[in-house]
Write a protein that binds this ligand. Structure first.
Ligand code: ADP
Length: 437
């Protein structure tokens, strides 16, 4: 027997005993009246609490336990405990759900959930941007009404999702590439995962171009070399002719050597750790090298001026800085006709170390300037080849400067000359104590 039955029986028995006692002491009529009054009072009391219970079940209040005597107090207390437990469980589930949503939102990939009619049930922000969706507005919309790309519609309807779909021409500018894959789950539901592979495709294309360019650059001197070899083997040549051919072969071999050595420099720059930020470069030695190399390359055909603050230096790798600055000075001489002027500057400007090379040479058309640091990019192919260029010099400069957090700025006017300026960040700029006299 449960406690409610027990209590009810006890209270009925007590009431009956009370009525019998009153009936025996006073008279039967008074006992009956008392019994009816007691029954009415009990029924009013229980109706009041039933109503209260009804209201409580409709809108549970978790914070407080309504007070009531007897069994009703017990019911309220138990109900309150139950409601509190449910409330805690609901809160836990809500928290788990919100953490789950946050995790999917943080995913670098687009995630969209479709119901069994391919209607959007939910999608994260990345998926919104990939497909141009609006998570709130497009809820319960059929996905192919919003993503109308024919490849996507065909893929979704094919029900063959083992392979991913590559979607080109996506995004605002129709220039993005997405890789999309559908994963069926649950009862006919689908998960649409998407990833923006625009950058990946671009670097892939760059790699392919690079391999093609390297092959082309090496093929030309190789073809010339094999032609000369054939001539040497098959034609009876005089001694002066022979030595002329050998000299030309040496030139081609040296061109190939330069290309391969520049490629190795680039590969090393890409693979190496970032230059140290606490190692000061011996800028005096670098400037001395630059001056000597410039003089020997120009052979007195140009006016070369150096204006340098020799105490100023930067932190990083000396050989890399020498190679980058050397490329800029060498270019200035190579692309400046005899009689022209080259000015090299090394000074601090507002806390930044600034290196600049100005020449009065051929100059560069404005359209070519943004592409100068691309590998094998040349403004004038034949001139670059004539002066022994590999087309990799400025690519090396760009890499070295990037590694040292420095910026390259190019100003040029066709026929009047160019200025290449390198600006180092304040945190890489330093000053060497003058050597004791
Ligand atoms: P290259 O080995 O051909 O010189 P670079 O990468 O050093 O390759 O330079 C790329 C191109 O930029 C060159 O082919 C040349 O056309 C142009 N260039 C670089 N420096 C100068 C300069 N000081 N004046 C004119 N053109 C320049």
């Amino acid at each position: 027997m449960n406690i409610i039955w027990a209590r009810s029986i006890v209270s009925v028995v007590l009431l009956a005993v009370l009525c019998v006692v009153v009936g025996a002491l006073v008279n039967v009529k008074t006992g009956l009246v008392l019994a009816i009054v007691m029954l009415l009072a009990q029924s009013t009391f229980s109706t009041f609490h039933k109503q209260r219970l009804w209201r409580l079940l409709d809108a549970p209040v978790y914070g407080e336990v309504p007070s009531a005597p007897g069994i009703w107090g017990e019911i309220y207390y138990r109900l309150h405990k139950l409601a509190k437990r449910w409330h805690a469980q609901v809160r836990q589930v809500e928290q788990q759900h919100s953490r789950f949503i946050q995790a999917i939102q943080a995913s670098p990939n687009g995630v969209a959930m479709l119901d069994d009619h391919d209607q959007i049930e939910w999608c994260n922000a990345i998926s919104e941007s990939h497909f141009g969706l609006d998570a709130k507005r497009d809820l319960r919309q059929h996905i192919t009404h919003l993503v109308r790309h024919p490849d996507f519609v065909r893929y979704l309807n094919s029900h063959r999702y083992e392979e991913m779909l590559i979607m080109r021409g996506m995004g605002d500018k129709r220039q993005n590439v997405l890789s999309v894959q559908v994963f069926p789950y649950g009862e006919n539901r689908k998960l649409v995962l998407s990833q923006d592979i625009t950058e990946l495709e671009r670097t892939d294309a760059m790699r392919r171009d690079f391999v093609a360019n390297v092959s082309h650059e090496l093929k030309t001197p190789l073809t010339v070399l094999s032609g000369f070899l054939e001539t040497l083997r098959e034609l009876p040549l005089s001694e002066p002719e022979r030595s002329r051919y050998l000299e030309l072969m040496e030139q081609q071999a040296s061109r190939m050597r330069h290309i391969v050595s520049d490629l190795l420099v680039l590969a090393k720059l890409e693979g190496d750790n970032k230059p140290p930020s606490d190692q000061m470069i011996d800028m005096r030695a670098v400037l001395r090298h630059l001056r000597d190399d410039a003089q020997s390359l120009s052979s007195d055909h140009h006016r070369i001026m150096f204006d340098a603050d020799e105490g100023l230096t930067v932190t990083g790798v000396e050989t890399e800085i020498l190679s980058a600055f050397g490329n800029l000075v060498t270019n200035a001489i190579r692309y400046t006709p005899d009689g022209g002027a080259i000015k090299v500057n090394w000074h601090a400007q507002g806390g930044h170390a600034v290196f600049s090379v100005t020449d009065s040479g051929l100059g560069i058309p404005a359209a070519d300037i943004p592409r100068l640091t691309e590998r094998f990019y040349r403004v004038d192919r034949s001139r670059s080849r004539d002066t022994g260029g590999t087309g990799l010099g400025l690519a090396i400069v760009k890499h070295v400067l990037q590694r040292h957090d420095a910026q390259l700025d190019v100003k040029s006017e066709e026929g009047r000359g160019s200025t290449f300026t390198v600006r180092f960040p304040v945190y890489r700029t330093a000053r060497r104590q003058p050597a004791p006299v």
